[in-house]
Design a protein around this ligand. Structure first.
Ligand code: ADE
Length: 418
């Protein structure tokens, strides 16, 4: 079996951590047990391009239990947990191609290694396998029945492919399931981003001024958690509706150009390019910390910072100091890559449980229904979303009410008024 990992000797540590994460992924565990019996993915080759973490390992093991021939590569050069990659290759016999800190060439060599397995289904976090297939490996397309996509940024890319008429196979937008983005994007990103910033910097957030760039689901979670740590939180936005929401959630809202002058810590979660750029670096305080938790490392204009700087040095792991000619120092975290996975471990397992239950069930759905689907981006079927919500509640030991027959009838009627 082919694989490329940093050190296969790390497998024992990775295996223990995979088992530890499994304890917090009971919904995925139930799906795995059913998959073991029913083998709904028998005969499928599945190329997964995801952050190689303990949670992803449990998903890959589940897909394999369902009969799939799974290959795994990283969806970001800095998010791989090397011990997990080693355990997947050695103990679970899953061809894994991922090394933390790999350069761009290695990153794409790893994607191509997984694509060499000639997949029938692609599973992306950021749409990079879809991108490579459509631009360089179109020979693989006849073999592919469909794909799934994990993240907001990937779904945006895929929708623009659909709009331009170039998408060659159907994709289920897992990100858009309620049991995904309400929880993973909000509570997962909220906690893991703070975790990444703190592990990298060991700064006290209480009393600091913290800028959240973008008030989508990730921004809402991050703002909420930064506030909870005692920071004075400023939100920057371009959409009026979201800006009102941030104001009414109790945050200060202002343009980045103003926030740049007063903040101690910045974190972007917009999905767009150059949210923090030269004009902002020019007015930042000495010691400002700049980070990103959006999917791609484009939200901070790093080339502009590099061009402005007189010198630079890595002052501690995941913290690079840029010295500007006027002696101000700006600290860039994790090369501007998603700080929650670069400096910490990504979202905790209990929230990834729902995200990856969606992935497993959508892979099964795609295998069963691809022939009825067009070359479009599809929502997660409502039944899957509701089933996952019900199972998650059950595993949390939370019971809820059911409608009485009278209430059902009332909701279905239209005659009754004031
Ligand atoms: N995305 C964010 N957190 C993650 C995790 N723990 N595993 C896989 N993908 C993630």
């Amino acid at each position: 079996m082919n694989y490329d990992v940093k050190d296969i000797g790390l497998a024992p540590k990775g295996r223990l951590r995979i088992e530890y994460a499994a304890q917090d992924m009971p919904v995925l565990g139930m799906i795995r047990h059913r998959f073991e019996k029913e083998k709904p993915l028998a005969g499928v080759t599945l190329a997964a391009c995801l952050h190689v973490t303990t949670e992803t390992a449990n998903l890959a093991i589940t897909l394999k239990a369902g009969g799939a021939n799974v290959g795994l590569c990283a969806s970001n050069p800095l998010s791989t947990q090397d011990d997990v990659a080693a355990a997947l290759a050695k103990d679970y016999c899953i061809p894994t191609f991922a090394i933390k800190g790999e350069d761009n060439d290695t990153y794409y060599r790893h994607i191509n290694a997984v694509l060499d397995m000639r997949p029938n289904i692609t599973m992306d976090d950021g749409a990079d396998t879809v991108g490579v297939i459509h631009s360089q490996r179109q020979d693989l397309i006849p073999n592919i029945i469909g794909g799934t996509e994990e993240t907001t940024t990937g779904v945006i890319r895929l929708r623009s492919m659909e709009r331009d008429g170039v998408l060659k196979y159907p994709i289920v937008a897992v990100n858009d399931a309620d049991t995904k983005h309400f929880f993973d994007n909000r509570y997962g990103t909220g906690q893991s981003t703070i975790d990444g910033i703190l592990r990298a910097t060991n700064k006290l957030l209480a009393g600091s001024v913290f800028v959240v760039g973008g008030y989508g689901w990730c921004g809402k979670g991050l703002g909420m958690r930064a506030k909870g740590m005692g920071a004075r939180v400023i939100v920057t936005e371009v959409k009026p509706l979201r800006a009102i929401e941030a104001v009414m959630d109790g945050f200060e809202v202002m343009p980045m150009a103003e926030a740049a002058r007063i903040a101690d810590v910045f974190c972007t979660v917009t999905g767009d390019v150059h949210v923090i750029r030269k004009e902002h670096f020019e007015v930042m305080k000495d010691g400002a910390i700049v980070s990103n938790s959006g999917h791609f490392n484009v939200e901070i204009d790093i080339p502009a910072l590099e061009a402005m700087a007189e010198s630079r040095r890595v002052i501690r792991d995941f913290v690079e100091e840029f010295l500007l000619p006027d002696r101000r120092r700006i600290y860039l975290l994790g090369e501007g890559r998603l700080i929650n996975l670069a400096a910490a471990e990504g979202h905790p397992a209990s929230v990834m449980d729902m995200s990856f239950a969606n992935q497993a069930l959508c892979a099964e759905y795609m295998f069963k229904h691809a022939k009825d689907l067009e070359r479009k981006v599809y929502p997660v079927p409502r039944e899957i979303d509701e089933q996952i919500a019900a199972l998650k509640l059950e595993t949390m030991g939370v019971k809820i009410d059911t409608l009485t027959p009278e209430q059902v009838k009332y909701l279905e009627s239209w005659e009754e008024g004031t």
